[in-house]
Design a protein around this ligand. Sequence first.
Ligand SMILES: Cc1ncc(COP(=O)(O)O)c(C=O)c1O
Length: 491
Amino acid sequence: MKTLNLTIENLEHRKTKKYLAISQAIRDAIKQGQVKTLEQLPSARQLANQLNTNRHTIMAAFNELIAQGWIISKERQGYFVANDLPVNSSQLTTPINTNSPTDFPWRFTKNTDPVPIQTASNYRFNFAGGTPDINLFPFNEFKSYINDAFNRPNINELNYGNTAGFSPLIEQVNEYLRRIRAIKNREIVITNGSQEALYILSQILLSPHSSVATEAMGYSPAWRSFTSSGAAMVSIEQDEHGMIPLALETAIKKQLTINKPITLIYLTPLHQYPTTVTLPVNRRHAIYRIASHYKIAIIEDDYDHEYHYKCQPLAPMASDDPNGLVIYLSTFSKVMFPGARIGFMALDSTLCNAVVNYKTIINHKVSVPMQDAISRWMKSGDFERYLRKTTKIYQQRRDFMAQQLNYYKQQKIVKSFTIPDGGMAMWVEINSSAQQLAERALNNDIFIQQESQFLVDKTKSSDRFIRLGFAGMSASDIELGLQRLFKKINA
Ligand SMILES: Cc1ncc(COP(=O)(O)O)c(C=O)c1O
């Protein structure tokens, strides 16, 4: 009788049950064509001897294969390969090699090109712009709120439903926005970071017939969401105060003439990303008037509101929005850490249902225990204490970096920079190629970002600006990192 060549991986250390591993090996042998349809299989006794196991295990494997339709049993004759196998004939002739990738021709309908995201934290000196200092996070304190979330769980909220968010967290966010950011009478939707909010908005508000206006330099993960809907990005000129309203209006008119109207404006008014400048009140009003006139929604991405050092930060545009066209986004990625994946939108009630309905398609809701812990953390006052502490530390680091940069300015390595009123990074003009410096930095275990990475239209790069994050680095690392960056590299 025929002998099968059976490969059973890690027979001794398998996680699957033995009879399942054997049935899988016999199935693979059939697929490889070792036995043909209607051909008889070795007997249970023969296989038991071959595999050094007992007959019952082989019988269990045979029964499994009968149930799956691979073999049939003929009374008093034995087991045979089924006539009609649960795979088509082309697969039967294809050799199975589980170690090599297959070449199945996936028909992608979206752009899946790799995103050039380097893991900045892998570098010895990480000057990535918006990184908080995660080492400062009070893990023990927060752990007690996680424990509370599990000790006194809200059973109803742990189920499906309440897609907009965990109601105690919505309450805390509402209260916090009212008190600290002057935002009132809005619906709150808790999201998996701002990125999910951007994606939902892209899917429900944009189409291949629309365009999105944005500052000439900005946050590319937002653009990727917008363009995933087929919409086009329109770069609006900015200067040292942020987006220029006149340039916005000109672009709106132009897009109308080519039938690709701007239906959304994406802005970072408090700390323009990446330059960190604050959009002045008169420009905010001008942009708002233009948006109202042309009936265009504004996404206001207020990603690091708390970290403002000079004075009280300007109230968000969403706090004075009589037409309900501003969609306000914020995140816990800076005040906690990006891995928390908690963000929120503050919306006009007319938009809320559509957002929540769409969110249900993606992931139902954000992790409830995490939302629960954050709501307890906020309610206790510990959250704001932590904010006050980090704001003070980040301000000291900003001042320290400015002092260091002044030295390099005297050395004629740095050309100019302004001390930002807020944010977590400095926008620095250097006297050499920014791109080359960033490349050389990576080879020297330093992560920095440079101008062209932030440009919608890469051809417009002056190749002179770099962005240096200060919040995530200790003073000594700022000093050593800048030394290595400017002295050694630029030598
Ligand atoms: C402009 C901007 N928006 C939003 C975020 C935060 O995104 P998320 O909440 O998805 O982590 C960042 C983080 O770097 C950012 O720079």
